[in-house]
Design a protein around this ligand. Sequence first.
Ligand code: FE
Ligand code: FE
Ligand code: ZN
Length: 279
Amino acid sequence: MRIGCHLSSSKGYLAMGKEAVKIGANTFQFFTRNPRGAKAKQLDLADVEQYLEFAKEHGIAQILAHAPYTLNACAKDCDLRRFAYETMCDDLKRLAHIPGAMYNFHPGSHVKQGAQAGISYICDLLNRMNEQGHETTILLETMAGKGTEIGRSFEELRAVIDQVEDSRRLGVCLDTCHVFDGGYDIVNDLDAVLKEFDQAIGIKRLMAIHLNDSKNPLGSHKDRHEKIGEGEIGLAAFVSIVTHPKLRQLPFYLETPNDLDGYQREIALLREKAEHEEA
Ligand code: FE
Ligand code: FE
Ligand code: ZN
């Protein structure tokens, strides 16, 4: 099983790699820069080189970069859209140094411009990224649908993918808390949800999973993450997810409210339950 959690990127790649191994992870997610701030630290190429060596030794094959929350590709204000463009450009340039890394972002909030307008702005950004000729796979995250978030349904993500001229390097990251809050019942009917995903988007686009329990009930459109097994989704559903034949080969990332010890326990718990299930 490929599983890890969200780690702080403030000390660089090698530090994250070591932290991941320490807690029993074989992949990890990190913010490309301060989640709220704008400026990224200069990329330390020596650190990258040491990390790549370390990753190879320890079987960390692929990691997931997460764009800052402030990036809103479909903001009304054109300065904010320019910020989204510049941030994503810069992030992808940096990620070119990390082979195989994927880049996940929240599609954005259309703030009363309407979903259609929002979707066109997002596609515009993605088309412009393609013009830069990057090699990184970009993932659209499924959202809980709070406020005017784009990505509240599989159909909205499909609409984005459809309108991007070259969608070969475009995928989806499914967040369990978000889809549950969005009304997809992964607790009682995971197979039906995956079928719906397949029909709307195509299961091949599904490239990563965020594992989060939810503080709120199905369809609440809230987006408050809870520790695994302590929320409305519950441990049994997570065991079904990590062992599902259509999902088990994907990388899983915990974004639960935990410190490193808590993440270590959740990783061990899920590994143990999955082994038990598959035995
Ligand atoms: Fe996210
Ligand atoms: Fe997430
Ligand atoms: Zn969330």
